[in-house]
Design a protein. Structure first.
Length: 385
């Protein structure tokens, strides 16, 4: 009898949800016993038998490239496939990192077919493979039924907005697809039965679950989601926390009071990105500064603390526009007890800002962000001088 074909997945603190989803795809698409999967946290631990699977963002690409090169020196016959946001936006560059195959788009049948062929002793031509279309979210559970890896539960995929810096609509499309309540009830029951007593949800806009456009909330759908999670037996339920966020226009009083009644988080992540309306227009954010500030005021009245995303160093951003962002951040911290999550702009492959040069931060902005970080009111601040 043939031994199962070994498939090694590279698990990092950044890709847990993706690796769980990949395992679920393989489990759903391939016959039982065809492959044996294992997880490694460091590529230097990979024994290079069979196939290595990597999924990473652009921020990890350089580290993956150098670890893969070292592994290839040790084991030249290694087979390796990459997927995820960096591979999808920069497929040729990812292939040139030393992978045999790159799979773009959402993991699904094309990825599973590649693994099936390898497991059956075939060697498909190296190159770029494209997953076709966007399948319903219910097609695969968020993690494997074997329980090999538990992750946050993706409830919505795809975003109708088109923020210039963001890979989400380019990778997952602009039509939001929601996991059904029936599928979620099964997932929740499985999680609780295997000893997981809390859950976090992944969505481009946490309050957009079940809504037609993913932006304007469907209160009943979100209430049903939260009640279903509670009835399943989770001790704690978190909605609207990192890595999800709530868009300003969806943070209505009604939705906030629903979250207050059924969720355990005391914070909500909110994307504002800039304190300049001109920058928000250029980014195609679809909201104004005032709408963002009003949302954060409502969030404070509902007794949540806002963790507000700001992006600094955007292409073409002027010192005056950054000063507007600092002024708004100051106001939000002082008036509403918000904390700031400051990002330095990174051009991501596949987005309209791919290849755009970040604007260096001026001294006043760096000083302000560092002072916020020192006082514990900001996270994510790395203002290399
Ligand atoms: S709203 Fe959020 S997920 Fe959607 S495009 Fe903008 S940043 Fe990306």
């Amino acid at each position: 009898m043939l031994q199962p074909y070994p498939v090694t997945l590279h698990l990092t603190r950044h890709n847990r949800n993706s690796i769980a989803a990949l395992l679920a795809v393989l489990e759903a698409e391939l016959p039982a016993g065809l492959i044996a999967t294992q997880l490694v946290e460091s590529l230097s631990d990979c024994d290079a038998q069979g196939l290595l699977v990597c999924s990473f963002t652009s921020l990890q690409a350089a580290a993956v490239a150098s670890a893969l090169a070292a592994l290839r020196t040790r084991v030249p016959e290694l087979r390796a496939v990459a997927g995820g946001p960096h591979a999808s936006g920069a497929a040729r560059e990812t292939l040139a990192m030393g992978f045999d195959w790159v799979v773009t788009g959402e993991a699904g049948p094309v990825f599973a077919e590649l693994v099936r062929q390898l497991a059956q002793g075939q060697l498909p031509s190296p190159g770029i493979l494209h997953e076709q279309g966007a399948s319903p979210l219910d097609r695969y559970p968020p993690w494997p039924a074997s329980g090999q890896l538990f992750a946050q539960i993706e409830i919505t995929r795809g975003c109708p907005m088109s923020c210039e810096f963001c890979q989400t609509p380019r990778l997952f499309g602009r039509r939001p697809r929601h996991r059904s309540l029936e599928a979620l009830a099964r997932t929740f029951a499985h999680a609780v039965a295997t000893g997981h007593d809390f859950t976090r949800f992944v969505a481009p806009n946490a309050f957009g679950y079940g809504s037609a456009d993913g932006i304007h909330p469907d209160r009943n759908a979100v209430e049903a989601l939260l009640l279903t999670a509670r009835r399943a037996g989770f001790r704690e339920v978190f909605l609207g926390t990192f890595p999800s966020e709530v868009r300003p226009e969806s943070a209505t009083e009604e939705m906030l009071s629903l979250a207050r009644a059924h969720c355990d988080n005391t914070t909500l992540a909110v994307g504002l990105q800039s304190g300049s309306d001109a920058v928000l227009r250029r980014l195609k954010r679809g909201h104004t500064v005032r709408e963002g500030v009003e949302a954060i005021a409502r969030i404070a009245r509902a007794r949540f603390q806002s963790k507000v995303d700001f992006m600094f160093g955007l292409p073409g951003e002027t010192d005056a526009e950054r000063a507007e962002s600092c002024a708004v951040a100051r106001h939000l911290v002082a008036e509403y007890g918000a904390s700031v999550h400051a990002h330095l702009f990174t051009p991501l492959p596949g987005t309209p800002l791919d290849g755009a040069a970040p604007t260096p931060l001026d001294a006043a902005t760096r000083d302000y962000l560092e002072s916020l970080a020192l006082s514990g009111q900001a996270t994510g601040v790395r203002t290399a001088r």
